[in-house]
Design a binder for this molecule. Structure first.
Ligand code: BGC
Length: 459
């Protein structure tokens, strides 16, 4: 009998990991489709003889689409369920990849990239949302962070594909390959269950109970079902509900965390790594490739560390350590760039700082923003609240990407990196006072906490 129970539990934890791994293909697509443009644009620019403005439009189309996707899909995931939304997203990813791969004109290419962006915007929060709702509390941090790990792997995968296809200038294949992970996501999701929490919110208690029993590996899930039921007292309304006084604090926390995830400059490094290496005096093509690969690999490696630590150490310590590392590395980078000449030693200090910056982001704001917004919202508004925080973070992403080169012109290299560094300090203070430690708490306990109108640090 005991053997049966432990076998069930083992099977269930494998099942939960499979669910998280399949849903994380949404993260892989997010990373792949944002990263792939850096290599593809070089050939597109030549083939269509793009002006700088059109080139910028091709590059930023995906970010614009992501804002639209995140804004429009929160209600859908609350209404139609997380699983269905992910399946439709996979179809949009696939169509967008085929459309961009076959685009006969720049206009169609831009339209296709906007469509892919829409899918990225939806996937970016629906996958963490779905994973957090099926995971048991003690490993929820690691499983949700698998999505961020997949994002970082997607970015590296896109660099590898770009690099391997660059010889033949096959930019169409670079986009086309995105169909493969989209198929895995779409087909995989067909075989996975809907989130038990969402099922409960739609009065599908019996199905919810069956799903929960399967993912927990035991029949006695009534306690968890009751807990979820208790949080579902009132009818779910529209967007207005988000502004109820007890929800304002978690809403604010998610939005501001999304702001800091972006305005501390991560995508300046992800999108412009070769340019920054050029600032440091390395300007051969080989170094550009090495720079990009180095950034990508450090990002993946340190996200693995975050996955391992997030449920043991907790969210707050990782955020605190990461933001300190980001501040130090940006300060040193600024100092290196403020000096009239960069000696060989200084060049390598600049490279080391950049890597330390990426590593620090990868153990903190990278995974933890997505994790926290998947944990802190009450069930009945979870989809809409997450979509709002996500949309805001995509807007910030767009603004940072579009202002980096202007900032360099206006503030200089050192001034720009010090500005991002100063923002990290403000981010640290914000996290210290406002980010709750959600480690080990069930989603229902977190919801109860807000209902009692307690402060974030009291959790
Ligand atoms: C961020 C992206 C970023 C990526 C880098 C994600 O969490 O949302 O903007 O490009 O991490 O790893």
């Amino acid at each position: 009998m005991n053997q049966d129970v432990s076998d069930n539990k083992k099977n269930s934890s494998i099942f939960v990991c499979v669910i998280a791994a399949v849903a994380a293909f949404a993260g892989l697509l997010f990373g792949y489709d944002t990263g792939v443009i850096s290599g593809a644009i070089l050939f597109i620019k030549d083939q269509f003889a793009l002006s700088p403005t059109v080139e910028e439009a091709v590059v930023s189309a995906v970010l614009l689409g992501a804002v639209i996707g995140a804004a429009s899909s929160g209600q859908l995931s609350d209404k139609f369920g997380r699983r269905r939304v992910l399946i439709v997203t996979a179809i949009i990813f696939a169509l967008g990849s085929i459309g961009t791969a076959m685009a006969p004109s720049v206009a169609i290419l831009i339209a296709g990239r906007i469509v892919i962006g829409v899918a990225i915007g939806v996937a970016s929060f629906t996958a963490p949302l779905y994973i957090s709702e099926v995971s048991p509390a003690h490993i929820r941090g690691a499983l949700v962070s698998l999505n961020q790990l997949a994002i970082t792997c997607g970015i590296v995968f896109s660099y590898v594909v770009d690099y391997s296809l660059a010889g033949n200038e096959s930019w169409r294949w670079m986009f086309g390959i995105g169909v493969l992970p989209a198929i895995v996501l779409g087909v995989g999701m067909l075989f996975l269950p809907e989130s038990p929490r969402w099922l409960m919110s739609r009065n599908l208690g019996e199905i919810a109970k069956k799903v929960l029993a399967k993912v927990r590996g035991r029949e006695d899930v009534q306690e968890e079902i009751n807990e979820i039921k208790e949080t579902l007292g009132e009818e779910s309304g529209g967007w207005k509900e988000l502004w109820e006084p007890w929800l304002r604090l978690p809403l604010f926390i998610g939005l501001i965390l999304g702001l800091f995830q972006q305005i501390t400059g991560i995508n300046v490094v992800i999108y412009y790594a070769p340019t920054i290496f050029e600032f440091a005096g390395f300007n051969s093509a080989a170094v550009a490739i090495l720079a990009t690969a180095g950034v990508g690999i450090v990002n993946v490696a340190m996200t693995i560390v975050a996955v391992k630590l997030v449920d043991r150490v907790g969210r707050r310590p990782l955020l605190a350590i990461g933001l300190i590392g980001m501040t130090i590395s940006l300060t040193v980078l600024g100092i290196a760039f403020s000096l009239p000449t960069l000696t060989v030693a200084l060049k390598w200090i600049a490279v080391g700082s950049l890597m330390l910056y990426v590593a620090s982001f990868a153990i903190s704001l990278g995974p933890i923003f997505w994790l926290i917004i998947a944990e802190i919202y009450p069930l009945k508004i979870r989809g809409r609240a997450m979509s709002l925080a996500t949309m805001f973070s995509w807007i910030c992403n767009l603004v940072v990407a579009m202002t980096f080169l202007t900032l360099i012109q206006k503030l200089g290299k050192a001034g720009t990196f010090w500005t991002y560094g100063a923002i990290c300090i403000v981010g640290w203070v914000f996290c210290y006072f406002f980010v709750p430690e959600t480690k080990g708490h069930s989603l229902e306990e977190i919801e109860e906490h807000w209902k009692k109108r307690k402060g974030p640090r009291a959790l």
